[in-house]
Design a protein around this ligand. Structure first.
Ligand SMILES: [Zn+2]
Length: 533
């Protein structure tokens, strides 16, 4: 193996010992479903030897999703550097959802800390965290608690590296306890392993005295969502390209742009930039200012026009787009991939008013109706009421249906209901028809649809590349509604609800704010109060 650095030993002539672990979750404060230990155990939870094996190049770190993620990247950095013993702790990840329950967070945190205590003497720790998680009843970012407790255990002399999703809500408490901070540089995120590699590489060089990371960061009063934040598309492409160029300068250890996940209840919600240099604070400050300017300049980029269900279904009916195959209706206000529960009934309500003769396939989270209908015979006819996710305050929709199919899937129990010209797949868990297989398993051919309702911003396009070429956003109301972002309370006037002239005016105040959750404190279940929506 080619070594980029001279293998040097750690303190006292022995190899460096660096432990690694993960607690990863993106929270949507508008979702009424809290995340529990079962969700992590059902998705990704690994410890000790199992984690060690999973984070080798032959292993599979995030099974079924991404074989090599941050921790494999970190282990590779340790192998490449040589003279480093990497020590697996615990790794837990689940899909975005509502805030984590208090009990679940205690389990995650204590599990990690207990393993850290049992790991023996360590020179450093690397943690893969998200940066936009939330815990019921906890008034600060859970990542801040994790880092503080880990730093307490490690003491001031050990090295601590962290990586975040670029949707983190960056804040001083997410940076101050660490020596090295690295964020994803792609959106959608495919660079998990390179992120872990970069974090490990910089941590090892720091521990060996080869570099001295110094940090500068800025916080911008802007919160944008969805379509304009793809790293390889306009308008953000040029900003990401500039960041990569910055890192070619050997004095620059990393440049990061945080395009925050906008659906948490953090008081200090906003975009942020971060630049880390090798012992050159002036350069870090100057480049952070420049990066902030570049990000700020993109804020007024045009977003696709948002129209309601009736208008969009009329357009599908007009047939202009249908010629190319089924039209995907992206339910932008109920994006399961951004933590929404998927129980939005607005589109199906419009179809019951007038189905326009359109063959529409639509997923819906409705666990109570799944319970009610699970024993119903196939092909039986009945009148049902769709209510969507319990506690989500969606309009109830009563309609005649035929029970056409039932199955147990990755999304729990699913039932296909046919009504008029459309098909509703009700599920006991948030449904994510990211692959056309979802519909095929229910006996439907998605190619034959006029419209397919999707609960995902972007990833689904990879799987539907030969199925659907037209994508229309539909505005309804739900946990990922932009109006909820625009109309929520902020500590400083924030774009696009407000139109601040210069990010510099509020940067110092935004950076001084702790990421407390005063809004969340109003409702113990984590959902934002109705006044904020
Ligand atoms: Zn993300």
């Amino acid at each position: 193996m080619k070594r980029r650095f001279q293998p040097e030993l750690g303190r006292g002539g022995r190899p460096l010992r660096i432990a690694y672990g993960r607690i990863f979750h993106e929270a949507n404060a508008h979702s009424p479903i809290s995340v529990t230990e079962r969700d992590f155990r059902g998705m990704h939870y690994m410890v000790g030897e199992e984690l060690r094996k999973a984070t080798t190049l032959r292993g599979s770190e995030l099974v079924g999703y991404m074989p090599h993620a941050e921790l494999t990247g970190f282990v590779q950095a340790a192998n490449v550097a040589g003279g480093v013993e990497s020590v697996p702790l615990s790794s837990a990840l689940t899909v975005p959802g509502g805030p984590i329950s208090k009990e679940c967070f205690e389990w995650l945190l204590n599990d990690l800390l207990d393993r850290l205590k049992a790991a023996g003497p360590l020179d450093g720790v690397y943690l893969a965290l998200h940066g936009s998680s939330e815990v019921q009843g906890l008034a600060e970012a859970p990542e801040a608690v994790i880092l503080r407790k880990v730093r307490e255990l490690l003491g001031p002399d050990a090295g601590l590296a962290v990586s975040y999703d670029l949707h983190a809500n960056f804040a001083s408490e997410l940076l101050d306890p660490v020596d090295v901070m690295i964020a994803y540089r792609t959106n959608p995120h495919w660079d998990l392993a390179p992120t872990g590699f970069r974090a490990g590489n910089r941590l090892i060089r720091t521990l060996r005295g080869q570099i001295k990371p110094v940090h500068a960061w800025r916080k911008l009063p802007m919160v944008l969502g969805g379509g304009i934040t793809i790293d390889f598309m306009a308008p953000m492409r040029k900003v990401f390209r500039w960041m990569r160029k910055l890192e070619r300068d050997p004095r620059v250890l990393s440049a990061s742009l945080f395009m925050v996940h906008p659906y948490t209840s953090a008081d200090n919600l906003g975009w942020a930039v971060h630049v880390c240099t090798d012992d050159d604070p002036q350069l870090a400050a100057r480049l952070a200012d420049q990066l902030a300017d570049r990000a700020w300049d993109q804020r007024k980029a045009e977003i696709p026009p948002l129209r309601g269900a009736a208008e969009v279904l009329d357009e599908v009916k007009s047939g202009v787009r249908r010629r190319l195959g089924p039209v995907t209706l992206v339910d932008v206000d109920d994006i399961v991939g951004a933590g929404a529960p998927g129980g939005n009934t607005h589109i199906v309500r419009e179809l019951t008013r007038d189905d326009r003769g359109l063959k529409v396939m639509l997923p819906l989270h409705d666990p109570e109706l799944v319970d009610e209908l699970w024993d119903a015979p196939l092909d039986s006819e009945r009148t049902v009421t769709l209510r969507g996710t319990p506690g989500y305050n969606m309009p109830s929709v009563t309609l005649p249906v035929v029970v056409k199919a039932k199955l147990e899937s990755d999304f729990g129990r699913l039932i296909r209901l046919d009504s008029g010209s459309f098909h509703v797949a009700i599920g006991e868990r948030p449904p994510l028809p990211i692959s056309p297989r979802f519909w095929r398993e229910l006996g439907l051919n998605p190619r034959k649809a006029d419209a397919l309702v999707q609960k995902n911003f972007f990833h689904y396009r990879m799987f539907y590349a030969t199925t659907s070429w037209a994508h229309l956003p539909v505005q309804t109301d739900g946990a990922t509604s932009l109006h909820r972002v625009r109309n929520r309370e902020y500590q400083v006037p924030t774009y696009p609800g407000h139109d601040p002239v210069d990010w510099r005016d509020d940067d110092a105040k935004l950076r001084s704010l702790k990421g407390v959750r005063t809004l969340q404190a109003v409702r113990a279940d984590g959902a934002l109060p109705a006044s904020a929506t």
